[in-house]
Design a binder for this molecule. Structure first.
Ligand code: NAD
Length: 284
């Protein structure tokens, strides 16, 4: 048996196709969704991510501002920019590219973003809203995981979902979203005993560990949906997921590849959040 491949590139392209139309309709009504991205410093990967976000905005016909700040910018300077963007009507979403230089307090920066413009979904109030089931902007990668599962025709309700990883940006919010979709959710982490045994009970297995090929077919129940969030750069320069794709696909029913699975969804969901924020800001 070989698993069906969940094509994140295609699903992402489908969603962007839907969003192009939505943005065009909004613009006809005088609303242009606007995203501001703040990049502090010269981190190579961050520069690439910010460039991709800018490009996605342009492709969808949205308004985009990128604020590139020197690596030695002070926390006060970044906070002052956030304050300005919080009060700027043309901006519906604010994203501060992480990681920030060490002298800047990441929490203070995230806390300063207005909740209704928090398109990364990392503000404590956004997290709280997610947990209690109130309306909020959802963190992009976790929202992308749910969208991939749903658009693959897999019903989440009633399934046993096992999430491996408990970070604030992936594991915990993915688990909360799966719970919201009525899965029975188990969260595993580095201190979990019998990981293999628990993972093998999963109908839906989400892997967000941050270690290349940490999971293989021994961890996968026959027919399970495997969603691999991991992005690891190997010594060869190639990208690998946290799940060993070749091994897991012999047992799984559905599986996401790396690259081309969860990765493309993150920016797509960021665009979706910006559109949602723009509609809300305009009473739509
Ligand atoms: P993290 O390092 O913050 O968290 C890793 C989690 O894995 C921790 O909760 C830890 O308890 C758990 N863990 C570590 N070793 C384990 C083990 N041996 N067994 C079980 N659990 C273990 O990482 P993160 O930020 O959550 O990211 C996870 C992966 O997802 C990384 O590869 C990252 O690059 C990737 N990622 C991808 C996207 C995207 O696709 N856009 C976005 C964010 C993160």
């Amino acid at each position: 048996m070989s698993a069906l491949i969940i094509d994140g590139k295609q699903i992402s392209a489908d969603i962007r196709g839907e969003m192009v139309n939505e943005v065009a309709e909004l613009k006809q009504k005088g609303v242009t969704p606007g995203l501001a991205v703040i990049l502090v410093g010269e981190d190579a990967a961050s520069k690439v991510y910010v460039g991709s976000k800018e490009k996605a905005c342009v492709q969808l016909g949205m308004y985009s501002e990128v604020h590139r700040m020197a690596a030695d910018s002070s926390e006060e300077q970044v906070l002052a920019l956030i304050d300005k963007l919080n009060n700027q009507d043309s901006i519906n979403g604010i994203l501060v590219q992480l990681p920030l230089p060490k002298h800047i307090n990441e929490k203070a920066i995230i806390d300063a973003i207005r909740v209704d413009k928090d398109v990364d979904g990392f503000h404590p109030e956004s997290v709280g809203n997610l947990v209690i089931g109130d309306d909020s902007l959802l963190p992009c990668t976790p929202a992308g995981v749910i969208e991939l599962i749903k658009r693959s025709g897999v019903d989440i309700a009633g399934k046993h979902a096992v999430v491996i990883g408990r970070s604030n940006i992936v594991g915990k919010p993915v688990a909360m979203l799966l719970l919201r979709e009525n899965a029975t959710v188990t969260i595993c982490h580095s201190r979990t005993a019998n990981l293999e045994e628990i993972a093998k009970q999963a109908d839906i297995l989400v892997v967000a560990i941050g270690r290349a090929n940490a999971i293989d077919s021994k961890f996968v129940k026959p027919g399970a949906v495997v969603v691999d969030v991991g992005i690891n750069r190997l010594d060869t320069g190639k990208l690998a997921g946290d799940a060993n794709f070749e091994s897991c696909k012999t047992v799984a029913g559905h599986i996401t590849p790396v690259p081309g699975g969860v990765g493309p969804m993150t920016i797509t969901m960021l665009m979706k959040n910006t559109i949602t924020a723009a509609k809300k800001a305009n009473g739509m």
